[in-house]
Design a protein around this ligand. Sequence first.
Ligand SMILES: Nc1ncnc2c1ncn2[C@@H]1O[C@H](COP(=O)(O)OP(=O)(O)OP(=O)(O)O)[C@@H](O)[C@H]1O
Ligand SMILES: [Mg+2]
Length: 209
Amino acid sequence: MAGVFISIEGTDGSGKSTQVKLVAEALRRENGLDVVETFEPGGTEIGMKIREILLSPKTVNMSPITELMLFYAARAQHVAEVIQPALRRGAYVITDRFCDSTFAYQSYGRGINPELIRQLDALLLKGFKPDLTIVIDLDVSIGLNRKKAASTADRLEMEELLFHERVREGFLDLSKAESRRFKVLDGAFPVETLTKRIVETIKERCNCL
Ligand SMILES: Nc1ncnc2c1ncn2[C@@H]1O[C@H](COP(=O)(O)OP(=O)(O)OP(=O)(O)O)[C@@H](O)[C@H]1O
Ligand SMILES: [Mg+2]
């Protein structure tokens, strides 16, 4: 039995990590499902080492192409080691970020040609994509302020506001281009409302609960 692969996407501080945890708990509690929670960049031991290089404010002068390759190196490992084995045993896998973050941040944000990312994605993931992608859409300054209150900024969060605005536009463009895979939800909703909407969307779209 093949499982269900769900990604939760959005700009910094939009509420992705909060929702991955709550949605996974709700699916386990209410539906007794086998749910694997995971995240990018990371999700594996090798991925965590790459994450440290990518997000540390101590990393300076990284070229956009190096950044792209590192994200995909971590992703290839994540898919092979965690995501595909879980899907093969029939689990629900919910990941905090996946390929759409790369298009949004490295193409819309950094300006890398999206065709290059498509080619790299095709080479490494061979068409493997989430069954459902939730975009939590939120005014970027609200998200960044939420983060500021909670922790110190990582290397990508330290980018200028306009960078984050382009990333937000990126997620919305990607959603329009593939409306069957995506669902955009308003990140300004209270936490519990958003969890409920995400669980409802999983039920509607994945035709499985
Ligand atoms: N719907 C919400 N309304 C108000 N505050 C929220 C909401 N969701 C999350 N928060 C708070 O906003 C902060 C950021 O949330 P969270 O860490 O889940 O975001 P994130 O999208 O995972 O951020 P990042 O991109 O940096 O990983 C946390 O302090 C969290 O408690
Ligand atoms: Mg997070």
